[in-house]
Design a binder for this molecule. Sequence first.
Ligand SMILES: Nc1ncnc2c1ncn2[C@@H]1O[C@H](COP(=O)(O)OP(=O)(O)OP(=O)(O)O)[C@@H](O)[C@H]1O
Ligand SMILES: [Mg+2]
Length: 346
Amino acid sequence: MSLLSGVSGFFGLDIGSTAVRLVELHGTGSQRSLAKYAYMPIDAKLALSDSANDQQRLGQAIAQLVTQARVSTRNVAVGVPSQRVFTTVADIDRLPQAELAKAIRYQADALLPTPLAESKIDWAMLGDSPADKTKVEILLSSVPNNFIEQRLDMLEGIGLNVIAFEPDNLALSRALTAGGQNDVQLLLDMGEKSTDLVIVANGQPKLTRAIPTGMEAIIRSAVQNLNVDEAQAKQFVMKFGLGKEKLEGQVYQGIIGTVELLTAEIEKSIKFFQTRYTNQKIERMIVTGGASVLPEFPIYLANKFGVNVEIGNSWRNVQFSGGRENELLAISNQFGVAVGLAERTE
Ligand SMILES: Nc1ncnc2c1ncn2[C@@H]1O[C@H](COP(=O)(O)OP(=O)(O)OP(=O)(O)O)[C@@H](O)[C@H]1O
Ligand SMILES: [Mg+2]
């Protein structure tokens, strides 16, 4: 293979709270094939800690991962955890490209919770506004500068060259959806501390949120209500989940309150989406992360919201040799963000 045969030139890096993961793809568009993937579990307090010592340990773990994976480049696209990102959809006057950026910056100040000078802002054009025919809608996001600078220092410190930062949930939606799908889908990635939600319509993310209820909260409620230790609670939850017939429904009873906190927030997001996109109905939910391994959670969602629920396939837009199917599907639920970052076009 020639060195110039469409090597994409970067890899995707997901710094999650339970593990760091990377994916490198070769080729372009629908012809992308898997070159490398790797992951390494980390201590859950490292990723969200701002202390210099924890940052250094996190850097060491990433350096080790990169070395082990033997990626072919130091260029990296990095995910930003959804808790650190503010995202909103805004209507902007229909303007020529050159004036648009200026107009968005001008309006951003009123739309964002943090001062413009302290945030890195980014936007993507979505298309015509559903609310006002004279306007277009954009997806606007902002991340605090100090978070970006800290991550940059850490990654440059281990010899990497960051080519892009992207919110986790935008990367996720790239991996889990395919071009040409016009229905409205709700993606749900249950992480350790929070659950990311993205509503995708016409192939575009229209609403994203991080809901502060994740696997940790579900396990904690099992610890409290079943009166068992954490390791046991985790076993019970992962084995029986929301199965009402299992263990006389004790696990179900122990965790349902916390699960309902989450589904109440999902419901709010759907309502909020539908106030803007009035005749758009959610047709499918796609679950990944902890949400796809919590037994009976997908069927619970299907009944509660009256939609089809599918287990996401993070590799759906990636080619790989036939023999690797089982190996890759087994880890699909934790690779959505890393794959989506690797699928970026720049
Ligand atoms: N196959 C599995 N068996 C047991 N637990 C799992 C499995 N897959 C995921 N989990 C658990 O689900 C939770 C979410 O996993 P995930 O890999 O999405 O987290 P993360 O990306 O590290 O966290 P975050 O996105 O919040 O930073 C974790 O607590 C993880 O231990
Ligand atoms: Mg994650």
